[in-house]
Design a protein around this ligand. Structure first.
Ligand code: VOV
Length: 249
């Protein structure tokens, strides 16, 4: 029987996509729109304070395709805080226009193919701590997609040995390292939490690098033989100072 690998787990994660109700927004008086934007900026300021205290992180993206208009990415120590954030958005004035869409719940995860932190989920050495409680890079572009490992008869990730999985992920990591400075990734585990098994959030200065890395990884055995993918969402970073312009008519 194949042996499970220890995972070390960090902050809880919520990807929350929203469609913006532009028709209703266009019919809203300017003064009300201004108030709604200011209130939303206040929420962003509140989340910034959390990030400064290193108690979580967040980022907002303008989604390029028509799967959504905005994607929020939140990391927090607990699921309670993530649910509270969702409620804060929904209770706010701008929340009346932010129609909930696709969402993804997961937890920042490292698989310990090298068992230095065996049995120490959520309280680990400082090097790992930074990886498990990451501050989301405020790079210009993000790409999110969920994925899983195959359980086919002749390609079952959960049946092969731990040594083989370690070796395949090592090769995957070597491909990833070629993109140092171009692509950053946050891997979140979602087994038992959402439909797929992992959430992959990539960050880049140039979105072409998403295409390049995902293409190159398709040739790594861990992906070519065992990778299954959900829908991809690509967005452009929305900094707080650009929020007013985004909603301006
Ligand atoms: C940006 C580059 C990059 C780098 C350096 C990198 C490295 C690594 C290492 C060293 C490890 C193993 C230890 C751990 O950290 O868990 C992983 C793990 C993982 N990865 Fe990765 N990955 C990258 C990037 C990267 C991408 C682009 C993808 C999507 C795959 C693709 O084909 O589109 C991905 C997926 C994953 C997943 C789903 C896991 C968990 C796998 C599991 O089965 O347990 N990843 N990853």
């Amino acid at each position: 029987m194949a042996e499970a690998v220890v995972t070390v787990d960090g902050w809880s994660s919520l990807h929350d996509t929203r469609t913006f109700d532009w028709p209703s927004w266009k019919m809203t008086p300017e003064q009300e729109r201004t108030q709604a934007i200011e209130e939303f900026q206040g929420l962003l300021t509140k989340w910034e304070a959390v990030e400064e205290e290193k108690n979580g992180s967040h980022s907002v993206y303008k989604v390029v395709g028509n799967k959504a208009d905005l994607m929020f990415f939140f990391l927090r120590p607990t699921m309670e805080e993530l649910e509270e954030i969702k409620r804060d958005i929904n209770k706010s004035k701008i929340g009346d226009y932010l129609i909930p869409g696709y969402s993804y719940v997961s937890i920042v995860e490292k698989t310990m193919h090298n068992p230095m932190a065996e049995g120490k989920d959520r309280e680990i050495d400082p090097r790992l701590e930074a990886l498990l409680k990451p501050i989301i890079p405020k790079w210009e572009h993000a790409c999110f997609y969920p994925m899983a490992r195959r359980r086919w008869k002749d390609a079952n990730w959960f049946e092969i040995s731990k040594e083989e999985r370690t070796q395949l992920l090592y090769a995957h990591g070597m491909t990833g390292r070629k993109y140092a400075g171009k692509v950053k990734e946050i891997i979140t585990g979602s087994i038992g939490l959402d439909e797929w098994e992992w959430g992959v959030t990539l960050f880049a200065h140039d979105p072409l690098q998403f295409k390049k890395i995902v293409y190159e990884m398709r040739f790594d055995e861990v992906t070519s033989k065992y990778g299954e993918f959900g829908d991809f969402i690509v967005g452009n970073y929305l900094p707080k100072e650009d929020v007013a312009t985004y909603f301006e008519l």
